[in-house]
Design a protein around this ligand. Structure first.
Ligand SMILES: [Zn+2]
Length: 147
């Protein structure tokens, strides 16, 4: 759990301005994950062992296959528990409350009160065997590939 100040974001699609928690530029190794319903989770990649685990798994995978997605693109869906509505978390910008776009044109310097963001959890992932994790990765990166 982490206390993170809310910063003004401007949606690049519909120009809606909204406040959402945002890490500062010096937060190396720290990420916010967002679900499509607007839930937010915090990840410290240095403290969370699953992040290193996924990096290793991707290295193994890349010896055999071409990986068309980046670590940050797949990590949330692969290794993190979904939100209450069963929507996956992604390392991305907050979704616009009006149009749901995650394309943000600007993030203002003005901050308002901080909010508490819970840590991302890995109950499902941690219960899988090594083979189960490889299988999950395989099914995730293969869907949507042009054959
Ligand atoms: Zn918007």
């Amino acid at each position: 759990m982490k206390l993170i100040p809310k910063t003004e974001h401007t949606c690049s699609k519909c120009s809606t301005r909204f406040y959402a928690p945002s890490l500062n530029d010096f937060s190396y190794g720290e990420f916010l994950l967002w679900s499509a319903s607007g839930e937010c989770r915090y990840l410290n990649a240095f403290e969370d062992s699953t992040y290193k685990e996924v990096i290793k798994l991707l290295e193994e995978y890349e010896k055999l296959h071409i990986l068309r997605k980046s670590l940050q693109e797949i990590y949330g869906e692969l290794a993190c528990d979904p939100d209450e509505k069963n929507l996956c978390f992604h390392i991305t910008n907050p979704p616009c409350p009006k149009c749901r776009s995650t394309e943000i044109s600007s993030i203002g310097g003005q901050k308002i009160e901080a909010c508490t963001v819970p840590n991302v959890t890995h109950i499902f992932w941690n219960a899988l065997t090594y083979e189960g994790k490889k299988h999950r990765l395989n099914s995730l990166v293969n869907c949507g590939n042009d054959q």
